[in-house]
Design a protein around this ligand. Structure first.
Ligand SMILES: [Zn+2]
Ligand SMILES: [Zn+2]
Length: 382
């Protein structure tokens, strides 16, 4: 891959401000966007290159590294003379260029759609809305039992006033006066003449006579939207839920995008999750461990009774079947694993002391199996 100069790709000088970079990128992105150049591999390649260049230069740290090391720092594995990976805070790969395209244009009012479709407000084929991502944090209980959550977020919705057409009610669609319907205009740059998409109609060739006053011809407006999300039992951090058609509205009859809800599960005070199993540690009295008995154990599904056999050692793990996390696909349910920690009293009353001393006296040298084997092995050191 040729080492392109990122500033040249964007058509800006080395001292360009953030604003100039963004403007320059916007211009190039519109020019090369695949939707405007269907099937044109070169345009797609350029679109990726300018997106990549912008992604590097918009980040002050990456830009500084680029200024020092050049494009080699951002391409491939950084061969000889390249920059060590991870240096300069650049670890990790780059996003899909379409993502940053959305970042720059997708979320804000108007954005690229103003430029691509201008006052024209729509075209026959329409343009699909972007997908959106919503990060949602839930508790472990919610992950175990499933939940219903109301989320609220801002997105482009179809403009109510013009019904998404971008045309002021009663206004007609006319041939674009700037390009006279061609969708392109000719520019002369010195000795060469080139064509570019008509900025007035965004290359469509027609525009509405009067743009809708509510959406300024975009056909969409930004609104806060509420949505109920059903979270199925068994989800984990990183689970993605897709809500079809709940992304951004399309333009001029285009399909709406999808909404992706990306889940993260909060850490729990008692339970640690490992796949479908839950782990917890429970302290028990040394008398209970010695004599045996039952204890009540918290689970995500209410209390459970756990039998502690006489002579239970500290660190023993018990399994409560099917008290773990349900499987997302249904059917199987994980277990809860309870590790008991035998607690030795920190202080004794005089009566407790007397009884324990009595216990020690009657126990004498009676060897428990574990200490017996230890002392046998230790003998040779004495
Ligand atoms: Zn409108
Ligand atoms: Zn035009």
């Amino acid at each position: 891959m040729a080492k392109d100069d990122y500033y040249e790709l964007l058509g800006v000088g080395k001292g360009a401000s953030d604003d100039e970079l963004k403007k320059a990128y916007r211009k190039k992105a519109v020019q090369y966007h695949p939707d405007k150049n269907p099937g044109n591999k070169e345009a797609e390649e350029m679109f990726k290159k300018v997106s990549h260049a912008y992604e590097v230069l918009k980040d002050p740290e990456k830009r500084a590294a680029y200024d020092r090391y050049g494009p080699a720092a951002f391409e491939g594995g950084g061969g000889p003379g390249g920059m060590p990976r991870g240096a300069g805070g650049m670890g990790g790969g780059f996003h899909d260029p379409f993502d940053i395209f959305r970042e720059v244009f997708g979320q804000q009012g108007g954005g690229i759609f103003d430029e691509m479709f201008g006052g024209g407000g729509g075209r026959d084929s329409g343009r699909d809305g972007s997908d959106l991502r919503y990060d949602l944090e839930i508790t472990l209980e919610e992950a175990a039992r499933g939940a219903e959550k109301e989320i609220s977020f801002r997105k482009h919705v179809s403009c109510e006033r013009c019904d998404g057409t971008g045309a002021e009610p009663g206004s007609k669609r006319i041939t674009c006066p700037t390009c006279r319907g061609a969708g392109q205009i000719r520019r002369s740059g010195g000795i060469i003449t080139f064509t570019q998409p008509c900025p007035a109609c965004g290359g469509v060739g027609t525009k509405v006579e009067k743009a809708c006053t509510a959406c300024r011809g975009d056909g969409r407006v930004v609104r806060t939207t509420k949505l109920n999300v059903r979270i199925p039992p068994g989800v984990d951090t990183g689970s993605r839920l897709r809500s079809t058609g709940n992304g951004e509205a399309g333009v001029a009859g285009g399909h709406p995008g999808d909404l992706y809800i990306v889940l993260s599960v909060k850490e729990h005070e008692l339970f640690e999750r490992q796949d479908d199993n839950l782990f917890c540690e429970i302290p028990i009295k040394f008398t209970l461990a010695t004599l045996g008995g039952t204890i009540e154990v918290p689970t995500l599904f209410g209390k459970a009774t756990l039998k502690i056999p006489a002579g239970t050692q500290s660190g023993t793990t018990f399994r409560l079947r099917e008290k773990g996390m349900p499987s997302l696909r249904g059917g199987h349910q994980g277990d809860q694993l309870v590790r008991v920690q035998v607690e030795v009293p920190h202080s004794l009353t005089s009566e407790q002391r007397r009884l324990l001393e009595e216990f020690a006296r009657v126990s004498g040298d009676a060897n428990e199996p574990t200490s017996k084997s230890f002392f046998e092995k230790a003998k040779k050191f004495f």
